[in-house]
Ligand binder design. Structure first.
Ligand code: BDR
Ligand code: CA
Length: 308
């Protein structure tokens, strides 16, 4: 079983990523750490607790983390997720509280207590918590397993600006620190996640399952469908955040290219752009991996199985 910590900012697509992990017995889900991103951290932590309750997974602790990016003002993406972060889902106060302690400390403690490289991290929000954890424990980078991140914009262009994808744009300094840390970072940027679309047929298939996990996942996609139609003009919204979890479950669903990734932190215009260098002769060494393709049917099959 793969041990896993999920760092996230739920978020409608984070919610689907969490449901995928909750329903996958191949994963030992050690903790969920919440970060400020789509909505403020008090809400992302509450949403994570709501989702674990809906899924019947109160055995998984939720830790609250960074309220603000390392150096930037908190941004937010409420227009894509609703004011409370989970679309039309009415918020409720979950029964179980957050676990004690900061998310960054929880990441350090959980990873350092386990065998080297045995704990993977799936990141679905800005990289603030992960950067803080790496600052607090210099030995963490060597100890961590793969760090699978939803983030980055290259060939597909951006989604928050013309150049950048939201998670990297929201805290570019944190992303740069994580990429420079020596961790085994795999980035699932828009090149890959824009291939994973919630078509009408795929949403209807989830709705037909009839479990709380499936209904919640489908409701997230219905909300995105409405919003993306309005804002971007797309009928089938991309479902970004399940991708890193899907890769940990079934690596063959994605093609990855070795590369070296740098993040723009100086320019306002291209803030958070990911410059992806595939040429070893130029880069010297290719320490990262960039997802170039995704098998959307395969990802949705996993989501369906986990929600059944
Ligand atoms: C990413 O940004 C957030 O709004 C989504 O939850 C996802 O993590 C997509 O760019
Ligand atoms: Ca997210």
């Amino acid at each position: 079983r793969q041990s896993l910590i999920i760092d996230c900012d739920p978020g409608v697509d984070d919610a689907v990523g969490l449901m995928l992990a909750f329903g996958s017995p191949e994963l030992e889900l050690l903790a969920i750490t919440a970060v400020g991103g789509n909505v403020p951290v008090e809400k992302t932590a509450r949403n994570a607790r709501m989702l674990r309750q809906i899924a019947g997974r109160e055995d998984v602790p939720v830790f609250m983390g960074a309220a603000r990016p390392l150096r930037r003002e908190p941004a937010g993406a409420g227009e894509f997720h609703g004011a409370e972060g989970l679309g039309d889902l009415t918020p409720f106060e979950p029964e179980a509280p957050c676990a004690e302690g900061h998310a960054a400390d929880a990441i350090v403690a959980l990873v350092m207590a386990r065998p080297e490289r045995s704990v993977a991290l799936a990141v679905m929000g800005p990289l603030t918590n992960v950067a803080l954890a790496l600052r607090r424990e210099p030995g963490l980078a060597e100890r961590l397993g793969p760090v699978a991140v939803m983030g980055g914009a290259r060939a597909e262009g951006g989604n928050i600006t013309a150049s950048a994808e939201f998670n990297i744009w929201a805290d570019p300094e944190a992303a740069a620190e994580v990429l420079a840390s020596g961790c085994d970072v795999v980035l699932f940027g828009l090149d890959a996640t824009h291939q994973v679309r919630a078509t009408e047929q795929r949403i209807a298939a989830l709705e037909a399952i009839g479990t709380a996990r499936a209904d919640t996942s489908a409701a997230m996609m219905r909300f995105s469908q409405r919003i993306e139609r309005k804002i971007v003009g797309w009928d089938a919204p991309p479902v970004h955040d399940p991708c890193p979890v899907a890769w940990l479950l079934k690596p063959g669903l994605f093609e990855l290219a070795p590369c070296r990734i740098a993040v723009e932190t100086e320019s306002e215009l291209t803030r958070g752009h990911t410059a992806v260098e595939f040429r070893e002769a130029v880069a010297g060494r290719l320490p990262h991996r960039w997802a170039t393709t995704a098998d959307a049917d395969g990802v949705f099959a996993l989501i369906g199985e986990a929600c059944a």
